[in-house]
Write a protein that binds this ligand. Structure first.
Ligand code: ADP
Length: 417
């Protein structure tokens, strides 16, 4: 089959990986595209296109999403999923609403549904209000997000300034009546229909009701039960065997998030490590780190990390500026990744969302097949002819993540998928 059946457009990179992992968990073969594929690129049944459009001006975000849709439509897509964050991250002007309306227009859909709920991560929607843990969205830490501060919890009110069509709610009491009641309630509305969901059982009800719709908008969680429904409609949707990575392992960490700091500390007890310092990089370049890495036994899985405590990060940022410190580290880790790929290293774990973007760009990756999850939202990914990649955003995974990731490869779990 060279046709896309289900096609998702994701508004950021790690969100796309998260969604792709959910689809893989449902047992369907998933292809993740970094950016819009070139015209004529053959599609697979379940496609996820990763864009980076969350905070762009709405016109630019819509243009990129339209290009992604055109490629998917050219491949015959039947079901489109507009993936945004489960905390509804958006600026007041967009881009959740504008992209949703462009997609509705292009698909001829009089209505769409919004399902940001991600109960496993504490994101629940009740009576149209989004909660993060025990707090309404606008009282959670998202209130002070540097780029998309969320100052309201009502999804209908949040959609209003971003949209031209009306909004409606299918509330939790209706969801509790089951899929038929939800389907009838959705079909009675036009425009943007917000759906309540407080737990995974609610998401299963919603998926039963909405999986056949041409356009669903939301977080990654509802995509899992939706994919379970769609799997049966795609006879070819068996997962072909994944490649078995060759020998040689490497960890590259550019994340300074709390969980990554624990993971690096844990891994340093088992592996040789080299600490990158942005100030030293600005003075002496990367030669020393490159030399060190060349001396290591690749089979032992060495780690190169810029991961540091907040005070050290602040000091580097004072000397170099925030952007330059970040860029130096990203470029260094991306270069080391390209070196390692050139030496034939079989698998690389990358920690950090921005860092992952820099590494995949340096490796020239445009297409990844999604393998089994190491931790929720972090699958092993496979690019043709390159190392297997695990791209971990800052706070994902448990303390032993790096060792667990490699153990999974050694244990044959990947080949057996
Ligand atoms: P996360 O997923 O944890 O947010 P990212 O890779 O997205 O991780 O972001 C971390 C940013 O911090 C990157 O731009 C990285 O280059 C930068 N960085 C990493 N280590 C340091 C450091 N020691 N000093 C200053 N900046 C750093």
């Amino acid at each position: 089959m060279n046709e896309a059946f289900f096609g998702a457009i994701a508004d950021d990179f790690t969100g796309a990986t998260d969604l792709a992992a959910m689809l893989a968990r449902a047992g369907v073969p998933v292809t993740l595209r970094i950016g819009v594929p070139e015209a004529g690129t053959r599609a697979t049944a379940f496609e996820v296109v990763a864009l980076k459009i969350r905070t762009l001006p709405p016109e630019e975000a819509v243009a990129q999403a339209r290009a992604a849709l055109r490629w998917l439509q050219g491949a015959g897509v039947r079901h489109v999923f507009w993936k945004y964050c489960s905390t509804f991250d958006s600026t007041p002007r967009g881009n959740i609403g504008p992209v949703a309306e462009m997609l509705m227009g292009a698909l001829g859909a009089p209505r769409t549904v919004h399902v940001p709920a991600f109960p496993e991560n504490g994101r629940r929607v009740f009576m149209g209000h989004l909660f993060v843990g025990a707090l309404p969205l606008h009282e959670s830490s998202m209130r002070d997000h540097p780029l998309t501060p969320m100052r309201d919890s009502s999804l209908q009110r949040l959609l209003k300034p971003q949209t031209t069509r009306g909004t409606a709610l299918v509330d939790w009491p209706t969801v509790r009546q089951g899929a038929a009641a939800v389907r009838a309630a959705v079909e009675a509305e036009a425009g943007h229909v917000v759906l309540d969901a407080v737990d995974d059982a609610d998401l299963a009800v919603l998926a039963e009701a909405i999986h056949a719709m041409p356009l669903v908008c939301g977080g990654s969680a509802v995509a899992l039960p939706i994919a379970r429904h769609l799997r049966d409609a795609v006879p070819e949707a068996t997962v072909p065997p994944l490649p078995v990575p060759g020998p040689g392992r490497l960890v590259l960490s550019g994340s300074c998030s709390e969980m990554t700091r624990r993971q690096v500390a844990d891994y340093l007890r088992r592996a040789e490590g080299y600490r990158l310092d942005p100030v030293e990089l600005s003075r002496g370049g990367l030669a020393d780190a490159r030399h060190w890495l060349e001396q290591q036994d690749p089979a032992s899985g060495p780690i190169v990390y810029a991961t540091a405590e907040p005070h050290a990060v602040a000091r580097a940022q004072e000397v170099l500026g925030v952007a330059r410190a970040g860029a130096l580290v990203e470029k260094a880790l991306a270069t080391l990744a390209a070196d390692a790929a050139g030496r034939g290293v079989g698998a690389i774990v990358v920690a950090g969302g921005e860092t992952s973007g820099a590494v995949t760009t340096a490796l020239g990756v445009t297409r990844l097949r999604i393998g089994p999850e190491i931790a929720p939202g972090v699958p092993w990914c496979f690019a043709a002819g390159g190392p297997a990649l695990a791209l971990k955003s800052g706070n994902f995974g448990e303390a032993g993540f790096f060792s667990d990731a490699f153990a999974m490869l050694e244990g044959g779990a990947v080949a057996a998928q």
